[in-house]
Write a protein that binds this ligand. Structure first.
Ligand SMILES: [Zn+2]
Length: 284
């Protein structure tokens, strides 16, 4: 019999880097309380346009140890916008996030950027991005299963120059991807994704999909039970002794279009029940 400590060390880990998009919603302070109660750390990627009206809860979240990242100013699709507009979206949201840290009197632990729709601006238009293997996997009836592009990659960029110009600009503003060790998504090694400066996600939780007409969720995401079963599947597949390490795509939405605040909580509690450990990544 191996000693207990040794057995524990050999058990496969389940690690989630919780990064919440589209913050701050009307439920933002509630989510912060909910996560604090469970000692779950998180990054909230905020829309620049919504920061000023929610300054107090955002500053409180920073003081409580949560990380505020940049999710652009207005949530446009970067592949649909001219390069200069993309850069402006990043820069003015950056200024708003910087202002929050100044108000909190806290050092920004890292400059983190998450593209709206995970669209890095590397396609001729948004439609083309959504129909790329990556776009289909994440946003367009995909179930997280890897698809491959004709070049064996997954991104199938058609405007690599613009994609690179945006990455370079992120670099100028001091943005870098945190260090993620051993992410389970094998495609993360493709297309230079590891070297990019933005922060990616590795599967879509689809918690915002139930009841939303016209959204291209995969067929098995019909309702709350479908979402929870989908989450369980992500954390129990490949359980042949391998670690499962993911960055789930999940949202802070409570508005006229989507209110996923209850399902957000159910998803996090389900993950805790499965034994998922929530960590912040190591910032570069
Ligand atoms: Zn978003």
């Amino acid at each position: 019999m191996a000693p207990a400590a040794q057995m524990q060390a050999k058990a496969p880990m389940k690690i989630a880097y919780l990064m919440v998009d589209d913050a701050p919603s009307r439920d933002f302070a509630g989510k912060v309380r909910f996560l604090r109660d469970r000692s779950v750390p998180a990054v909230f990627f905020c829309l620049g346009k919504d920061i000023a009206a929610n300054e107090k809860p955002l500053v409180e979240a920073i003081s409580a140890g949560f990380v505020i990242g940049n999710h652009a100013w207005s949530h446009g699709k970067f592949s649909d916008m001219p390069l200069l507009d993309c850069l402006k979206e990043i820069a003015i949201a950056d200024k708003a996030v910087r202002g929050l840290y100044a108000k909190a009197g806290a050092k920004r632990p890292a400059n983190l950027f998450r593209f709206p729709y995970l669209d890095k601006g590397g396609h001729q238009n948004g439609g083309e991005y959504f129909n790329s293997p990556f776009g289909r996997m994440f946003m367009n009836k995909g179930n997280g299963a890897p698809l491959s592009a004709s070049n064996g990659g997954i991104m199938a960029y058609t405007n690599l120059e613009k994609k690179q110009a945006i990455q370079d600009f992120l670099g100028v503003l001091g943005y870098a991807q945190p260090k993620f060790n051993g992410l389970s998504a094998e495609w993360y090694a493709l297309d230079g994704l590891r070297a990019d400066r933005d922060t990616i996600a590795t599967y879509n939780t689809w918690e915002y999909a139930p009841g939303r007409l016209g959204l291209d969720a995969p067929a098995h995401i019909k309702d709350e039970n479908g979402v929870l079963a989908h989450v369980v599947a992500q954390w129990t597949q490949n359980e042949n002794g391998k670690h499962i390490i993911h960055i789930p795509l999940i949202h802070d939405r409570k508005d006229a279009h989507i209110d996923s605040s209850e399902l957000f909580r159910k998803v996090v509690d389900m993950m805790l029940q499965i034994g998922v450990e929530f960590l912040l990544p190591r910032f570069a």
